[in-house]
Design a protein around this ligand. Structure first.
Ligand code: NAD
Ligand code: IPM
Ligand code: MN
Length: 359
């Protein structure tokens, strides 16, 4: 049966990087028997421009119908002064919550060819392969009460609530243990249980779930230490499971271990394995429109889509190998460029990956 993929380019570099991922999907369809059809819709600032809101009804409808979603990025300075509910980021958050995409997998893998592009020494990052599992539909991003309150005297306070229901912790913990079982069988739960009650509950529930996974070695770490350990000795980690905001921050830090934020893909999955796939980076307004953005995080997000939703692990391996091949060829977008390599733009990189599929 033909699977439907909804493509949401978004804003800034979003359309540039998604164009390369779409090229790849089309090549897989034409030459490798991938049975998919692609449809495109606006989201984020593009949604606001097209339909007056960041998550147009039609886009949400198509997202619910689709088997998988590929998203570029949303946001940009043009939209930063809009009312809160109209901001591009609300569109992305709306998709995540409406589709109940609670499990966000962010793998940080160092391609050996990029060891010298990492901000860290090769011996610290060589062979790095960690999975950050970020809870995506709870915590401060969605907790209530939230808002900005003006007091009678005109002074203001802003507030958000980090809230987790036990079942939300349980299901993400379970995903963490299941992922760990398929990898190195080590799970590190990151929290702030020395300060936050919500983290205390998190830790208790993770401990309970651990009883069902006796073969996984569970550890706990405070988030401040985890940030430090990620840059001190990142290879100590196998799988990290953490709440929404901690995961957002730690995954950007982890991205830099791999050479560039332009290298980190992600999968956001619901309980049934339906997913939205996107690079972890944003719309990069500083380089948008220049044709220099690294499309590999988006291309690797297609690989995750093939693996996790489309059930095509062989094609996913093929895409991963094609990425490795173009890196072997010395092709580099500016963000991962090092001495002796060939600097290429977004489209050249995408074309090279498509070509490498055949080689
Ligand atoms: P960003 O990730 O867009 O950019 C941070 C830095 O990384 C910039 O210097 C940028 O040029 C660089 N960068 C990012 N992706 C790159 C790529 N593929 N290739 C080369 N360089 C790349 O983060 P920001 O600047 O904090 O945010 C910009 C906008 O993006 C904001 O509106 C923010 O809300 C939004 N944002 C969206 C998402 C998303 O859609 N998932 C994620 C993060 C930020
Ligand atoms: C990400 C982004 C988003 C987040 C923003 C744009 C809402 O930073 O996908 O990592 O904070 O989750
Ligand atoms: Mn982020």
């Amino acid at each position: 049966m033909t699977k439907k993929i909804l493509v949401l380019p978004g804003d800034g570099i979003g359309p540039e990087i998604v164009a390369e991922a779409s090229k790849l999907l089309n090549a897989l369809r034409q030459d490798h028997g991938l049975n998919v059809e692609l449809e495109e819709a606006p989201v984020g600032g593009a949604g606001y421009d097209a339909a007056g809101k960041p998550l147009p009804d039609e886009t949400l409808h198509l997202a619910k119908e689709a088997d998988a979603i590929l998203l570029g990025a949303v946001g940009g300075p043009r939209y930063d002064t809009l009312d809160w509910e109209l901001r591009p980021e609300r569109g992305l958050l709306g998709l995540r919550s409406e589709l109940a995409l609670f499990a966000n997998l962010r793998p940080a893998i160092l391609y050996p060819q990029l060891a010298s592009a990492s901000a860290l020494k090769p011996e610290i990052v060589g062979g790095l392969d960690i999975m950050i599992l970020r809870e995506l539909t709870g915590g401060a991003y969605f907790g209530k009460p939230r808002g900005i309150h003006t007091r009678d005297d005109g002074t203001r306070e802003g507030f958000n609530t980090i809230r987790y229901d036990e079942y939300e912790i349980e299901r993400i913990a379970r995903s963490g243990f299941e992922i760990a079982m398929k990898r190195g069988k080590r799970l590190c739960s990151v929290d702030k249980a020395n300060v936050l009650e919500v983290s205390q509950l998190w830790r208790e529930v993770v401990e309970q779930v651990a009883r069902d996974f006796p073969r996984v070695e569970l550890s706990h770490m405070y988030v401040d230490n985890a940030a430090m350990q990620l840059v001190r000795a990142p290879k100590q980690f196998d799988v990290i499971v953490t709440e929404n905001m901690f995961g957002d921050i730690l995954s950007d830090a982890a991205a830099m271990l791999t050479g560039s934020i332009g290298m980190l893909p992600s999968a956001s999955l619901d309980a049934a394995g339906k997913g939205m796939y996107e690079p972890i980076h944003g719309s990069a307004p500083d380089i948008a429109g220049q044709g220099v953005a690294n499309p590999l995080a988006t291309i690797l997000s297609v690989s995750m889509m093939l693996r996790y939703t489309l059930n095509e692990p062989t094609l996913a391996d093929l895409v991963d190998a094609a990425v490795s091949k173009v890196l072997d060829q010395g092709l580099r977008t500016p963000d991962i460029w090092t001495e002796g390599c060939q600097k290429v733009g977004t489209a050249q990189m995408g074309d090279a990956v498509v070509k490498a599929l055949k080689a």
